[in-house]
Design a protein around this ligand. Structure first.
Ligand code: PLP
Ligand code: COI
Length: 334
């Protein structure tokens, strides 16, 4: 077994998945050891951002086998993103089959059990082919690239500091709910500014009123209220995080606490006893403080992961690595 995770940085594995859409249909996909692309310099993905992507992980179990986490949900969300971007979709079963083939061919790169590492799986689709005017591409490529990864934020379970951005990542009725490159390009300026100022990442407010927390950089935001409820923002311009969906389920069914999808006002952070960011790459990252307009709000759980966040983290990772029973058809064991 090869374990070479270097934080959240690309480690080339054996092969990638490549599948082309030409003349209105998908060709057979294949595995290829070349992870470099030769595409038209006039590809719509390069000029007009016609692309969509996904992110999921494969986890090494104690018995050596490999678990995929909620791959069906990534397949469905990918269809939504591709449709929005006027790209062809991949049938759910074909997406899952391609992910399985790619992971199995790269199984040496799934890090060993017990060190919180995993294999990050990045399916994506790009518009390619010669094209000049603004219109959907004549051809597309669906690909899957994998990499061994460790933690996304530098720390481990220690709460991170975040700051609120003045910029928006997505418009009120725009692309915020789909996983497309443009949202991430639009968030880079805010992210780099936050990192330069010493924060782990930035938090975006809702683009309409700039009064409510919307997303935490490349992850969803959640909090635990003083009344011991799990709260997470409800907004049409945030990504419907599969990790957050899982935490809502675990909070309700395992911790027996109320789950609220609602408003988290940036000037009412006192209502929260714990805060965190959640996502495939970010896993569950506790947030110790949020700086907004030069004022630093420190949460009670700022030195170490709070009680509920810790419990949710244990449940989620226990399920992902196969130590706890799969509660709802989330796990595909290879
Ligand atoms: N929000 C954004 C902007 C993201 O990039 C991600 C990462 O995928 C998430 C939320 C979390 O989504 P998921 O839990 O499905 O990975
Ligand atoms: C993920 O968590 O899968 C993401 O896509 C976040 C990414 C920006 C690293």
């Amino acid at each position: 077994m090869i374990s070479k995770a270097k934080g959240f940085n690309y480690v080339k594995a054996h092969v990638i998945w490549i599948q082309r859409w030409k003349n209105g249909a998908w060709e057979e996909g294949h595995l290829d050891s070349n992870d470099q692309f030769t595409i038209s310099g006039l590809s719509t993905s390069l000029h007009y951002g016609q692309e969509a992507f996904e992110g999921l992980k494969a986890y090494r179990r104690k018995d050596g086998r490999i678990n995929l986490f909620r791959v069906q949900d990534n397949a469905r969300r990918f269809q939504t993103s591709c449709e929005y971007m006027m790209m062809p979709t991949i049938p759910v079963e074909d997406f899952i089959a391609a992910v399985k083939k790619t992971v199995i061919a790269n199984q040496d790169f799934v890090p060993p059990y017990g060190n919180k590492e995993s294999l990050y799986i990045r399916p994506f689709m790009i518009g390619v082919g010669d094209n000049l005017g603004l219109r959907p591409a004549p051809e597309f490529i669906f690909s899957i690239i994998v990499s061994s990864v460790g933690s996304y934020f530098n720390g481990d379970v220690k709460p991170v500091d975040m700051s609120v951005s003045d910029y928006d990542r997505a418009a009120p009725h725009g692309t915020g709910h789909v996983k497309v490159g443009g949202n991430y390009a639009a968030s880079l300026k805010a992210q780099v500014k936050a990192r330069r100022e010493g924060y782990a990442d930035c938090i975006f407010l809702d683009p309409t009123t700039h009064t409510k927390i919307e997303e935490a950089g490349a992850a969803n935001f959640f909090g635990i209220t003083k009344n011991h409820q799990y709260i997470t923002p409800k907004s049409p311009s945030i990504l419907n995080s599969i990790t957050n969906r899982s935490l809502k389920y675990l909070a309700k069914n395992f911790l027996n606490i109320e789950v609220i999808e609602g408003e988290i006002y940036i000037d009412k952070l006192d209502d929260l006893i714990e805060a965190g960011a959640c996502g495939t790459a970010a896993t569950i990252t506790p947030i110790g403080s949020i700086t907004y307009q030069n004022k630093k709000h420190i949460f009670p759980a700022s030195e170490e992961m709070g009680h509920y966040t810790k419990k949710l983290n244990e449940l989620l990772t226990g399920i992902q690595y196969g130590d706890l029973k799969d509660p709802d058809g989330w796990i595909t064991t290879l």
